[in-house]
Design a protein around this ligand. Sequence first.
Ligand code: FMN
Length: 312
Amino acid sequence: MEGVTGRIYRAVHSRFFPGIDKYYAPFFSPTETRRIPPKDMEELKPENNRGMVLVPQLLANSADNFLWAARELRQLGYEEVNLNLGCPSGTVTAKKKGAGLLAYPDELDAMLERIFSSSGAPRISVKTRIGFSEPSELKRLMEIFRRYPIYELTVHPRVREDFYKNGVRLDAYGYACGTSAAPLVYNGDIFTAGDFAALLKRFPETRAVMMGRGLAADPALARRIRTGEGADRETLRAFHDELFRAYDDILYGDTALLHRMKELWSYMICLFKDDGKCSKRLKKAKDRAEYAAAAAAVFDGLELLGEAAGIR
Ligand SMILES: Cc1cc2nc3c(=O)[nH]c(=O)nc-3n(C[C@H](O)[C@H](O)[C@H](O)COP(=O)(O)O)c2cc1C
């Protein structure tokens, strides 16, 4: 998902659509090698993330590895580090990381105990799903989370087995609201300003909302929520062109460049009224010329919608 979460995207997004409180960097997994991989370091260097608040995210099932990385990140100037307990990918969960650790609450508890009793780490926030297999697992998880001074708890109310399907389980989020000691951040299926308003109306204790696919589909979603002002066609086009240029500067070869841009379009096409033809043309573009023609067909030919509700 680097096309919509990496440093290039963040830098261009924050210039065209300022006002995001915090961006989260894609997670990395610290190991005993005690070395931040060069690709992740490039992602996290402060000079590559100017003009925004960035929170690095770690995947870990070892307190030692987590603490080592958290202290390194503090040295780099980061004031908050996020522990990912949400990633549902099989390769991650098989290693008892991400949402995989939720299936082992005793081990999670022991890891948090060590992390929070150590010094030298920045503020620690946690992003979690509501369980591995069943929402009933949330009760035990909340008992665990309550014991630690978690800076913010982000809840994506799906279980790992849901992946990104089955709709969000808002009753479980309500349970988290009623039992969390940490300030809560909501995450999941906020695609329109209406979704945001409904969530805040039902759960006013929510401190903030983390947005993923909704923001990728509608890069102006945060401003739309705050002020009602969405993106116009010219700004979206300029945003697109700048992303294209920035990726072209750092990527080798057109294949990689088109791959990133196509990923962007897999979300952003939802902001346009497409009968499938433009989307297909974008996907099939084999070179720059075909790609440029396909993107122009969207910007010049398709109606711009008031929201990206079609991503649902
Ligand atoms: C391809 C992809 C990559 C993701 N990478 C991360 C990640 O690195 N860290 C993270 O916390 N969430 C990651 N997420 C999950 C989103 O942050 C979010 O929890 C999920 O998409 C639900 O929220 P949404 O409905 O707003 O998209 C990723 C999601 C997708 C689809």
